[in-house]
Design a protein around this ligand. Structure first.
Ligand SMILES: *Cc1c(COP(=O)(O)O)cnc(C)c1O
Length: 501
């Protein structure tokens, strides 16, 4: 609902019953708000109220304030969607006006919205997954390992142009094994992008290693080459060069590999590419995930394709990937009995889930197109809001737009973002802040951090003023229209100084 449509739901107390009825018909929301001179809500007016007035033989020319008084059921601006829905259930109503501190209606919530939540990024199955899963059942390959696992590894590796892949239980497990394969040991230093999901760096702690966080650059939101260079100079001076660098490709977009890879090569530090969010993206024609000595994909439920949960470690180095497979199945030695000489893990993907992955891989390109189309619709719809800046896509990079993200500019951007997200949440639309950088997390307090430039903490800025919008490949046009209308209203309302939602 836009601002005009909202205003059309508000009528004055001296309006006639006839006018109110006409307005109810025209707006077709089943409710009007009667608003006094001072802007405060006096009562609501529903079809039922007018029907009862008719039955009581009230004249059409009487004003609505002649109707029997009735205290309206309302909520305040901070009420979350589940509480609003509970209130609707309790009073058996389908709409609730939202009042500001002065009792003025500033918004209205409808039951239909609350029961049709719009997710940030929800699983989207294709047509072939069921057939693969049924095949797994029919052939009794329910145990971990099996033909789908091998095929999924081959097919995914071929798709991204890397020689080998090991299918694992999660992206996080893949990063953990990747670190171990690159020789990370307790006390070692590992560099990692700061602007990321914690799954990128929790495994650094599993290894007993010490993370050092690197800021983003404004152009790609990914690792800043300038910050990386300074961090490596520092590490060399301190004699603690990192064992490897976890280089994250954020929100479906590759990092600037032409700038970053030569720096890492100069210091002889291998890259573990975290492409969990960027499967299907490319950098100068080469697949995201094809740049690191090892790279990781995730098939968690919210990623661009999913196996409900899963991950893949890929590399051109067949020995490394073979070792990953061994470590992921309890590191069993070749022998008839169970022989073990090193620590292993239960990190392998099951044959059933690999079947889902094979079906999903077949629609990956479609999913990329769909996510990009969602992004483009947002971008076009908000072209008239110059204070809203979309995550840039530098020349030569093809993002999947896994999530559609923007930042707001201006001194008040942080408060506006809070307002907007609270507003959307009230209407059961899931929006999220940009990742909270790892160097700001209590878990990693004390870890060294290198910002893009002295005095310019880019990832902290993106977090403070950035929002991710619903971006799923199965987001319908109708749902997106709803999100955009709400966002437009929230943006406009948030520009009122001191507006808090
Ligand atoms: C999702 C994600 C992971 C972890 O993947 P899981 O499969 O959920 O364990 C790691 N890094 C990034 C950047 C991610 O977005």
């Amino acid at each position: 609902m836009n601002a005009q449509q909202f205003q059309a739901l508000c009528i004055k107390p001296d309006s006639t019953l006839r006018d109110a009825l006409a307005r109810l018909d025209a707006t077709a929301r089943g409710i009007l708000m009667v608003v006094g001179e001072d802007g405060a809500l006096l009562r609501t007016l529903t079809d039922g109220d007018l029907r009862r007035a008719r039955l009581q033989q009230m004249d059409d020319q009487q004003s609505v304030d002649q109707l029997p008084a009735q205290a309206p059921i309302t909520v305040n601006e901070s009420e979350p969607a589940p509480a609003v829905l509970a209130l609707m259930d309790e009073h058996q109503i389908d709409h609730v006006p939202v009042l500001d501190g002065a009792g003025r209606p500033v918004d209205i919530v409808f039951r239909r919205e609350l029961t049709q939540r719009v997710w940030l990024s929800s699983p989207h199955l294709g047509e072939e997954e069921t057939a693969f899963v049924e095949e797994a059942f029919r052939t009794n390959w329910i145990a971990p390992l099996g033909p789908h696992v091998d095929a999924f590894e081959r097919e995914l590796a071929a798709h991204v142009g890397v020689a080998h892949g090991a299918a694992l239980s999660s992206g996080t497990a893949a990063i953990h094994l990747g670190l171990l394969l690159l020789g990370v040991q307790p006390g070692d230093t590992v560099f990692c992008s700061s602007l990321t999901f914690v799954g990128s760096c929790n495994p650094i702690l599993y290894c007993g290693a010490r993370p050092v966080f690197i800021d983003s650059e404004p152009q790609s939101w990914n690792m800043s080459p300038a910050a990386l260079e300074r961090a490596l100079e520092w590490a060399l001076r301190e004699n603690r060069l990192p064992r490897c660098i976890v280089l994250v490709n954020l929100y479906g977009q590759s990092a600037d590999m032409d700038a970053l890879v030569p720096i890492c090569e100069r210091y002889g530090v291998p890259i573990l590419e975290d492409a969990a969010e960027s499967l299907g993206a490319s950098y100068k024609g080469r697949a995201s995930g094809a740049f690191g000595r090892l790279a990781v994909y995730s098939f968690n439920g919210n990623k661009i394709i999913t196996t409900s949960g899963g991950g893949m470690l890929v590399s051109d180095d067949g020995d490394l990937v073979a070792r990953a497979r061994k470590l992921s199945t309890q590191a069993r030695e070749p022998a008839r009995h169970y022989e073990h000489v090193e620590v292993g893990f239960n990190y392998r993907m099951s044959n059933v889930l690999a079947g889902i992955g094979r079906g999903q891989l077949r629609v990956l390109e479609q999913r990329v197109h769909q996510r990009r189309a969602v992004f483009e619709r947002y971008q076009q719809a908000f072209a008239d809001f110059p204070q809203l800046q979309w995550m840039p896509e530098p020349a030569g990079m093809r993002s999947t737009r896994w999530l559609s993200c923007f930042t707001l500019s201006g001194p008040d951007a942080g408060r506006q973002c809070e307002f907007i997200m609270t507003f959307l949440e009230r209407h059961s639309v899931e929006a999220r802040p940009v990742w909270k950088p790892m160097h700001l997390q209590p878990l990693f307090s004390g870890a060294p951090y290198f910002s893009h430039q002295a005095g310019d903490d880019v990832s902290a800025r993106l977090f403070a003023a950035g929002i991710c919008l619903p971006s799923g490949s199965n987001l319908s046009q109708e749902q997106q229209e709803r999100v955009m209308a709400l966002l437009r209203r929230a943006l406009t309302l948030s520009e009122t100084p001191h507006a808090t939602a």
